[in-house]
Design a protein around this ligand. Structure first.
Ligand code: CA
Length: 220
């Protein structure tokens, strides 16, 4: 299922896009400001970004510039008001793949999303997941924090990959347990907590938040 990051601060539009994408078999994540859009997009865990230009914090152009400077190749479709098409053309030169003027019909957006995803399919798959200065190379199975290489056990690697692919989402102990250990592990075991603690020591405790009564969330 394709994961789509929707950076849009206008609740009505964000909700319209999110519902439409979900109904069409996509997995959307909505963020409402520029800095969060950058953090999420840079994890590399998204197949496409829908980027509003008028975002609080950092505007869409600034977000796009940051993503491209970080060599992120994820396709980006800009969402913009009809009266600023001129600016938008400049945005395309700044590394966007396409743009949509508001208001738009969902079908128009869907057609462009599908087109961009098909084009992106022909480019190599993401092999390095990132979050801020943390990166995980899926081929070498090595993690890096800044310039420091971090050795991970096999389970820690799978756990970190799971977190990096679900930035900001609360993952329950049961979800983590079934993903990292499979279903035959005792759900009453505290093995998840033990491994999260070990991973925090290696990559920085602040990256993995405990969400009381629910589980853990990476990068929030
Ligand atoms: Ca806006």
């Amino acid at each position: 299922m394709n994961r789509i990051l929707v950076a849009e601060d206008e609740e009505r539009i964000a909700s319209f896009v999110r519902k439409g994408l979900s109904a069409n078999g996509f997995n959307p994540t909505v963020v409402g400001d520029g800095p969060t859009a950058i953090d999420y997009a840079l994890t590399g865990g998204f197949d496409l970004v829908l980027l509003d230009i008028g975002l609080p914090g950092r505007d869409g152009f600034s977000v796009l510039r940051t993503l491209r400077e970080a060599n992120l190749t994820t396709p980006v479709i800009i969402l913009t008001a009809r009266d600023s098409v001129h600016d938008t053309v400049a945005g395309l030169e700044g590394g966007a793949d396409d743009y949509m003027t508001k208001p738009f019909r969902f079908e128009e957006l869907l057609a462009r999303v599908r087109l961009r995803l098909r084009a992106a399919d022909r480019t190599p798959e993401v092999t390095v997941l990132r979050a801020a200065d943390l990166s995980l190379d899926l081929r070498t199975r090595r993690a890096q924090v800044g310039a420091r290489t971090v050795d991970l056990t096999a389970r820690e690697f799978v756990l970190l990959e799971l977190f990096l692919r679900h930035p900001g989402q609360v993952l329950s102990r049961e979800q983590i347990l079934s993903h990292v250990w499979g279903y035959d592990f005792d759900p009453g075991s505290n093995i998840v907590d033990v491994y999260v603690r070990a991973l925090r020591r290696k990559v920085g405790a602040e990256r993995i938040a405990t969400v009381r009564g629910m589980g853990y969330a990476f990068g929030r």
